[in-house]
Every structure is written in C-alpha cells, then in structure tokens.
Design a protein around this ligand. Structure first.
Ligand code: ZN
Length: 153
C-alpha cells in the first residue's frame, strides 16, 4: 500500500524531513496497518510502515503459512512491496506490535534484508502506547554482512 506521496520530495534536506512529527506519523501508520496482518497460527501480529526518500510510505504485515518457514515478516513485506514499486532508498521503518512491555525489534533475517539497503537509516521501534525509540541497523546488527563485503577481494 502506498500513501502520502511527496512528503519528503519537496526540496528540503533529509535532516529536516525526519522531524519528530513525521516520525510520529510513521509510528501511527505502522500501528494502523494491523488490519492487513495474516497470522492465524501464532497470533503474533507485527506491522510496519516504511518511508522512502521520495516520501512514499509502504505498509507491511507478517503473513504466516501453515508451513511455518514459508511465512514472511512484516519488515520484509514492506521492503519487498517498496522494491517492487521501484523504491530502494529508505529513510525509516516503524515497527509495531501489540506487545506492551517492550519494543519489538526486527528479527535477524529482516535485519539482514534491511542491511541490504543501508546500515544507517532509522528503525523506529514502537509500543501500542505510541512511545517509540529510534535505532539504526548499525545499532541492532553492528557486524552485519552487506554489499560492500562482496566488493572486497
Ligand atoms: Zn523478520
């Protein structure tokens, strides 16, 4: 799902674009993406809202499968949706779940997929209350394997 085209692509610097009001809006969108989840087995619904540098927001949800290993996490559905629309430069991703006691982080597989698109963009971890913290992939996965490693010989 694509929403809010043109939020960032207005000539302003990227630093300006990531003001708290924009992050707050991204957090809200991640929480509202709940309607799209498909998790009939473990009932652990996770949602994401992915913001690219053109200001497009792509929503993601986890999609379970009876063959568990074929399920896919919300972060990857958001990224794959964005990539399928030609987007590959991301500013932030907000991740939401119904867990109230702690922030839900992307799993290691999703962190590796996030790494493919850079290590310094923001991962916004949220709680149902609307509180959030901002991390980078470098914070969560400091010794990650990325495209630059393939260039080393
Ligand atoms: Zn994952």
């Amino acid at each position: 799902m694509i929403e809010d085209p043109g939020v960032l692509n207005n000539g302003e610097s990227h630093d300006r674009a990531l003001m708290p009001d924009l992050i707050h809006r991204l957090v809200q969108k991640s929480q509202k993406a709940k309607a799209f989840g498909h998790c009939p087995y473990i009932h652990f619904l996770v949602r994401a809202a992915l913001l690219d540098w053109d200001g497009m927001i792509f929503l993601g949800c986890n999609v379970e499968n009876a063959c568990y290993s074929l399920g896919i996490c919300t972060e990857r559905t958001a990224i794959q949706t964005a990539a399928s629309k030609g987007s590959k430069y991301f500013a932030a991703i907000a991740v939401a779940s119904d867990v109230e006691e702690e922030f839900t982080t992307p799993c290691r597989a999703c962190q590796q997929v996030i790494r493919k698109f850079g290590s310094e963009w923001w991962i916004v971890l949220t709680m149902p209350s609307g509180s959030y913290i901002i991390k980078t992939l470098g914070d969560l996965l400091p010794f990650s394997f990325g495209p630059v490693k393939l260039a080393m010989k």
